[in-house]
Design a protein around this ligand. Structure first.
Ligand SMILES: CC(C)(COP(=O)(O)OP(=O)(O)OC[C@H]1O[C@@H](n2cnc3c(N)ncnc32)[C@H](O)[C@@H]1OP(=O)(O)O)[C@@H](O)C(=O)NCCC(=O)NCCS
Length: 192
């Protein structure tokens, strides 16, 4: 199945809502317990695109196979060169054929152009697929917080992983806004 990677638009909110919502009631891959409404996702896409990429993988038939976006690691100014990374594939999307890797590669390339320095992944300690994905992309595990969340009648820990994408200069420039860097849609032939 060929697909393209493009920047999300506000009208992707329903697809993003539905993909995320498929995991919310069933799984610890997200610690969210109640899926926000579609309008919240519309706002999230709009707000994210001011500072970070929000990308979708779209099949030739228009189905959204997955999405990825960045968010601030912490709210304080001095953390502004760090980005927390989120990635979700649709439950219907084929696995292990590189969709997440393709999304990540575009995501990281844009962040690097913007001048960000570190990408963080935060994942539940039972998410072996995500852990292996992060490692395959060069992330290094830097922390394990035991019993960080309670969901589905279980306490679960989280792992933190990090990847450096730019030099940690003494005086970094403020990251560029997303609109200040160029991005062209990519058409991908899956490798699986
Ligand atoms: C985790 C997830 C994003 C991986 O997407 P994907 O498109 O299948 O990943 P890729 O094909 O790019 O995999 C790249 C590499 O990651 C590792 N990997 C991915 N899934 C794996 C799995 N289930 N088991 C072991 N390794 C895995 C492998 O090293 C893989 O390379 P390989 O297939 O050549 O061995 C996807 O399974 C998903 O969306 N899961 C549900 C939501 C989720 O967990 N999101 C992350 C929250 S932190």
């Amino acid at each position: 199945m060929k697909y393209k990677i493009r920047m999300a638009v506000e009208s992707d909110a329903k697809a993003v809502h539905d993909i995320y919502g498929a995991y919310v009631p069933l799984d610890y891959v997200t610690f969210t317990v109640d899926n926000p409404d579609i309008e919240s996702y519309r706002q999230k896409i709009k707000n994210t695109l001011e500072k970070y990429p929000f990308l979708v993988a779209e099949a030739e038939n228009g189905e959204i196979l997955g999405y990825t976006y960045g968010s601030p690691l912490r709210p304080h100014d001095a953390y502004q060169w760090n980005v927390e990374w989120t990635i979700m594939l649709s439950p219907n999307a084929p696995r292990r054929c590189g969709i997440a890797t393709s999304l990540y590669n575009e995501f990281a390339s844009i962040l690097e152009k913007q001048g960000y320095r570190y990408i963080y992944g935060v994942l539940v300690d039972t998410n072996a697929a995500s852990l292996e994905l992060h490692k395959s992309l060069g992330f290094i595990e830097v922390g394990l917080f035991e019993n960080a969340g309670y969901k589905l009648n279980e306490w679960r820990g989280i792992r933190w992983l990090v990847k450096q994408i730019g030099a940690a200069d003494d005086e970094p420039k403020k990251p560029l806004r997303l609109s200040e860097v160029r991005f062209a849609e990519k058409f991908i032939e899956p490798n699986g």
